[in-house]
Design a protein. Structure first.
Length: 262
């Protein structure tokens, strides 16, 4: 795992989940949790996998750890019906308590989640949620489905494009990075990240995203063009020419390509 990037590991874990190889996915998420202790997605994903594996004591520890992290807003695609990280933490922890036979504790957690979401319900509603908790948790994927992920990432990317056109580069970068967090394997998101990092003079970050484009699609001209532009700014002229020539080979349409090569 040490040789793979975080993006590659997440992609691999998603494939394992799709193949119902949850034990193997748990190992990958565990590795990411150790490397990125303050990142919530690997922890949340591992917690959900453990619940699906009925390893409730372990999942309980993860859910408790989630509640110690900063309570940040989350996309509805990550956990439908929950708008904050702690909301998901409460619902996951309640699921564990319920399955471990501690229904009263589960009810308390559901109430806390409802207060957090500002959706106060009657005690009867809480009982109904406890009854249906298995279905609610089991139907939530550890990683958003590809179609939903693409839709959210694309919306954020387009918002970033609008800000970029207004020369609000830092604001556009925030949108692009949110899109990247949701779908790190989106070609256009990585291309946009590369461009705005280049504009901000953060060349190493720009190069990382340009190379990610190439890794995702080795015949996509824009990836080589982005890489060439970054290398040009880094004054690595021979490498830059090689990247531009590959961009030309694969049909790049940029009007300044020939000028840059010259």
């Amino acid at each position: 795992m040490e040789k793979l990037s975080g993006q590659e590991l997440i992609q691999q874990a998603g494939q394992l989940i799709a193949e119902n190889k949850l034990d193997e996915a748990v190992k990958i998420f565990g590795f990411l949790v150790e490397k990125l202790p303050d990142a919530y997605l690997p922890l949340l994903s591992r917690c959900t996998c453990l619940i699906q594996l009925e390893r409730y004591e372990e999942a309980k520890l993860d859910a408790e750890k989630i509640l110690t992290l900063q309570n940040v807003p989350i996309s509805d695609d990550i956990a439908p019906g929950n708008s904050t990280l702690h909301s998901v933490g409460y619902i996951r922890l309640a699921k564990c308590y319920k399955e471990l036979g501690q229904v009263e504790e589960a009810e308390k957690l559901i109430k806390k989640r409802q207060e957090l979401e500002k959706k106060v319900k009657s005690n009867k509603d809480v009982k109904n949620i406890i009854t249906n908790l298995s279905d609610e948790s089991d139907n939530e994927n550890a990683i958003p489905e590809k179609s939903s992920t693409n839709k959210v990432a694309e919306k954020l990317r387009l918002q970033g494009n609008d800000l970029y056109k207004k020369q609000k580069y830092k604001e556009s970068l925030e949108k692009y990075l949110k899109a990247f967090e949701i779908n790190p394997n989106d070609l256009l998101v990585n291309s946009n990240c590369a461009q705005v990092y280049l504009k901000l003079g953060k060349l190493d970050e720009a190069l990382d995203h340009a190379e990610t484009c190439i890794r995702l699609n080795s015949k996509w001209a824009k990836g080589y063009y982005r890489k060439g532009c970054v290398l040009l700014e880094k004054k690595k002229f021979q490498d830059s020419i090689s990247a531009f020539q590959l961009a030309k080979r694969y049909g790049a349409q940029e009007s300044d390509l020939e000028k840059k090569i010259d």
